[in-house]
Structures are given as structure tokens and as C-alpha cells.
Design a protein around this ligand. Structure first.
Ligand SMILES: *[C@@H]1O[C@H](CO)[C@@H](O)[C@H](O)[C@H]1NC(C)=O
Ligand SMILES: *[C@@H]1O[C@H](CO)[C@@H](O)[C@H](O)[C@H]1NC(C)=O
Ligand SMILES: *[C@@H]1O[C@H](CO)[C@@H](O)[C@H](O)[C@H]1NC(C)=O
Ligand SMILES: *[C@@H]1O[C@H](CO)[C@@H](O)[C@H](O)[C@H]1NC(C)=O
Ligand SMILES: *[C@@H]1O[C@H](CO)[C@@H](O)[C@H](O)[C@H]1NC(C)=O
Length: 423
């Protein structure tokens, strides 16, 4: 009985395969190549469709990655400050085939912040976002020199010592761009910052071209809608990993990190009384951005098809390897052993050598994700829950109803939810 079922299945598959080949050779003559946008996507899904049966013939192979392995990916981590993006970025930074950049938009922001009398004006905002997109697009095409327009002091002979967080990009710390001493126990980022002085941006562009994929982490684009021109650009193969985090955790982390900007919040925390100067819009606008982008992404607009995946930091922290595998599967790429090794060393142990650094990623990840619950007073938590009620509901974060419930970390406030990538 079982045997005959298998035979029928094989026969069906074989006949489908033959039909498919026939249809494909026909369509191949009609559309000789896959141009971008709409038609490109159709071409794409057709090619993917072929793996359905071949998966049965070759069960040892992973079907979706077959076709896409050679395709250049332009990966974008869309995040907000203190949402765990350094950690997520490492999943790409540690992959030897990735040219990974950490927040290159910093340079654009600096120039705009200095040059305009009223930063944040409507006209400025559009120009700034346009400049952000220009830089991203150039970087995805490995035109790293484009950043010279924004780096201060201006690079000379295409060299700069002021590239923001260079050390956070492995590719910029390795030969031929730099030769690090192997011995010292310090983390790569700190060693690179100390030992690698000037960066030759022309050489960096060449190095970028030798990598199969480009991944860029950004926290300076507030809303995914702003990325639509890049997503629709037929020359790019944009894949957006949208990282979100519980806004209460974001706030606690920002209070501890950006003490100047969050001074009033810290006074509130220390004294138990809400100061007049506390700027609620700091967290309210973060929630509006999180919610806006997630709302757009989850509503599945055509321009994001195959290009959008929402990741909650808490899920990543709870099961890093499992989540990493899902992300790589979405991208149609293999999870490199070097990434797995890095994760094993940096997600389970006690704090590593980088533990005290402001953007450290080396720590017990599952303990960190909900540690805010022990660091925020209940009245601040209530305020955020009120400001962000919609965002919490949308992303599956439960409000704490009492101080006791807040502090009892044995009961998680993170609902188990599945956010499937938009394929
Ligand atoms: C912006 O201005 C500040 C103070 O005037 C200066 O220290 C900084 O270097 C400037 N940054 C850029 C990118 O020009
Ligand atoms: C930077 O790298 C390019 C490409 O390898 C090379 O031609 C150029 O001479 C380098 N610049 C400097 C100042 O060394
Ligand atoms: C709030 O104050 C307490 C007590 O001083 C401190 O332990 C905690 O880290 C503070 N929380 C934040 C988010 O800074
Ligand atoms: C990491 O944190 C979790 C949750 O607090 C705890 O159960 C686990 O023992 C910690 N692991 C290490 C290696 O410290
Ligand atoms: C959030 O709070 C506002 C104002 O209190 C209220 O109008 C709205 O219905 C709430 N939304 C949700 C999703 O609970």
C-alpha cells in the first residue's frame, strides 16, 4: 500500500516536472531574462516553484536556498536605538560572505544636524531621508566612497580615520584593509579601533565587491515606508529584517545609556516624582514608528513581497540559534558555522571581555531581554504602557497590572506569537 502511494507520488512529480520543463523552456524564449520589479518577482516565484518536486527527489537538499544561493542580497536591519540591533547585526557581521556595515547613516545625520538652523523641519526631513537612501543605495552597490560626501573631517586621498564604528564591521578590520594582531584577548571591535588607523575607502569598495552579500544595520530611518524607493529599485534585491523590542525595555536601556538625553527620566526614576521637563514624546514617537512600520509590513503591501520579516528581540534572545536559522532561511542563505560559533560563545555565558562596553553584545541574552522589569519603577512602566498601548498589543507584549506582576520575572510578559515572513 505504502509503496504504491510512493510510486504514484513519484509519477505525479515526474510528470509535473516534465510539464514544468516544457513550460519553462517556452517562457524562457518569451522573457529571456528576469528584469526587475513586477516581472522579476514573477520570474522568481516560478523558479522557486520548481523546487517543490525536486525536494522529494533530493530530500537531503534544502529546496529554497538552491536557486537563490548565488543571488546577491542587500540586507537591511531596520531598527531603533537600544532594541538589540548590535546583537542581530552580529548574525551578519560574523558571516564571512557578508560585507556588513554598522550604522553608516550616522555620517549623514551629523552633517544635517550641524548645517541646518532648524533640524527636524519638514523640508530638512525630506532632504535628510533622501540623503539616507542615496547613501544606502550606493553602499549596496559597493560604492563605499560615496560616504566621503558626509565624513568629517573630509577624507584625503580617499582615506579617513573617522569612519563611524569601523571596528563593528569585521570586513573593515581584516586584510587587506587592516592586519590585526591575533594575540590580545580584547574583542575585535576594540582592537580594530586601536590598531586600524586610516581606512582606504577605495580599497573598502573593492573589498565589498569580493563579498557575496551586503548587510547594513540602521537606526536612523523612522518608518519602513521611507524605504519603499529602495525596495522597488530593480537594481537592488532588498531584504528588510525589521527588529522590534518591547518599548519598556527600550526605554530602560536608553535611560542607562543616553543619560544626557534621558536625564529627566532618570530623575523620575531616582526621586519617584515626575519632573516637569520629562519629554514623553521621546518614547511615544518610538512607539508610533514601531507600530507604523510593523503595521505596514504585516499588512503585506506588494512592494514588500518576499522582502519583509519582523523579528522581536525577545524571541531572538530566548532562542538565538533557532531565530537565526529562521532569518537565514527567509534570506535563502546558509547559516555559516562561524555565525553559530559566535552565537555559542556570546549568548549563554557570563559577561565576556566586552561586557561593559556601551554597545556590548557579549552577554547572557535571555537574561538581558526582560531585565528592564527589575530596573524600572512601576509608575514609569504604567506611563509607557499608556503611551504605547497600541504598540504593545500589536507586537504581543503584555502590560504589567501591578508592581508584583512587573517584578515576577518567572512569568514572561512576552506573548508567544509567530510573525511569519512575507513571502
Ligand atoms: C558639528 O559641530 C560640532 C560643534 O560645532 C563639532 O564638534 C563637530 O565636529 C561637527 N560635526 C561635523 C560632522 O561637522
Ligand atoms: C587606496 O586603495 C587603492 C586601491 O587599492 C589604491 O590604488 C590607492 O593607492 C590607495 N590609497 C592610498 C592613499 O594608499
Ligand atoms: C532606576 O533606579 C534604580 C535604583 O537606583 C536603579 O537600580 C535602576 O538601574 C534605575 N533604572 C534605570 C532604567 O536606569
Ligand atoms: C542566563 O540567564 C537565564 C535567565 O535568567 C538563566 O536561567 C541562566 O542560568 C543564565 N545562564 C548563564 C550561563 O548565566
Ligand atoms: C489606547 O489608549 C487610548 C487612549 O487612552 C484609547 O483611546 C485606545 O483605545 C487604546 N488602544 C488600545 C489598543 O487599547
Amino acid at each position: 500500500m505504502e509503496c504504491s502511494w510512493k510510486t504514484i507520488l513519484l509519477l505525479v512529480c515526474a510528470s509535473l516536472g516534465i510539464q514544468y520543463t516544457a513550460i519553462r523552456s517556452l517562457t524562457a524564449t518569451i522573457t529571456s531574462h528576469c528584469p526587475g520589479t513586477e516581472t522579476g518577482t514573477h520570474c522568481h516565484s516560478q523558479r522557486r516553484g520548481s523546487s517543490g518536486c525536486s525536494g522529494i527527489f533530493h530530500p537531503q537538499r534544502e529546496p529554497p536556498s538552491q536557486d537563490q544561493r548565488q543571488e546577491r542580497q542587500h540586507i537591511l536591519i531596520l531598527a531603533t536605538t537600544r532594541s538589540g540591533s548590535s546583537f542581530l547585526g552580529q548574525l551578519f557581521n560574523q558571516h564571512p560572505a557578508m560585507f556588513y556595515l554598522f550604522e553608516p547613516l550616522y555620517h549623514v545625520q551629523q552633517v544635517f544636524a550641524n548645517s541646518s538652523a532648524r533640524p527636524g523641519g519638514v523640508g530638512d526631513r525630506r532632504a535628510l531621508l533622501g540623503a539616507h537612501r542615496d547613501l544606502l543605495s550606493n553602499l549596496y552597490h559597493c560604492n563605499v566612497n560615496f560616504v566621503e560626501n558626509y565624513v568629517r573631517p573630509a577624507p584625503r586621498e580617499h582615506e579617513t580615520a573617522a569612519f563611524f564604528r569601523r571596528g563593528a564591521s569585521n570586513a573593515l578590520c581584516e586584510p587587506p584593509l587592516c592586519h590585526l594582531d591575533r594575540d590580545s584577548g580584547e574583542a575585535t571591535e576594540q582592537r580594530c579601533a586601536k590598531q586600524c588607523k586610516v581606512l582606504n575607502l577605495t580599497l573598502a569598495s573593492q573589498v565589498c565587491q569580493t563579498h557575496s552579500h551586503v548587510a547594513i544595520k540602521i537606526v536612523r530611518i523612522p518608518e519602513i515606508q521611507e524605504l519603499r524607493p529602495l525596495s522597488e529599485d530593480p537594481r537592488l534585491n532588498l531584504k528588510i529584517i525589521h527588529l522590534v523590542r518591547d518599548p519598556r525595555g527600550i526605554l530602560a536601556s536608553r535611560m542607562a545609556t543616553f543619560t544626557d538625553h534621558y536625564r529627566a527620566w532618570n530623575i523620575w526614576n531616582a526621586t519617584g516624582r515626575k519632573p516637569r521637563g520629562v519629554d514623553l514624546s521621546q518614547i511615544a514617537s518610538t512607539c508610533a514608528d514601531l507600530s507604523g512600520s510593523a503595521g505596514t509590513g504585516l499588512s503585506k503591501p506588494a512592494w514588500l513581497r518576499g522582502r519583509y520579516m519582523l523579528v522581536r528581540y525577545e524571541d531572538l534572545a530566548r532562542a538565538p540559534l533557532w531565530k537565526a536559522a529562521q532569518i537565514y532561511h527567509f534570506l535563502g542563505l546558509e547559516l555559516d558555522p562561524q555565525v553559530k560559533r559566535w552565537m555559542a560563545q556570546n549568548t549563554q555565558g557570563p559577561r565576556g571581555p566586552a561586557g561593559n562596553h556601551k554597545y556590548a553584545t557579549s552577554r547572557n541574552s535571555s537574561a538581558t531581554a526582560e531585565s528592564w522589569r527589575l530596573n524600572l519603577p512601576f509608575h514609569i512602566v504604567q506611563t509607557v504602557q499608556h503611551l504605547c498601548n497600541h504598540t504593545l498589543l500589536q507586537l504581543g507584549y503584555r502590560p504589567a497590572r501591578s508592581l508584583q506582576q512587573l517584578r515576577d520575572v518567572s512569568h514572561t510578559l512576552v506573548q508567544s506569537r509567530t510573525f511569519l515572513p512575507f513571502l
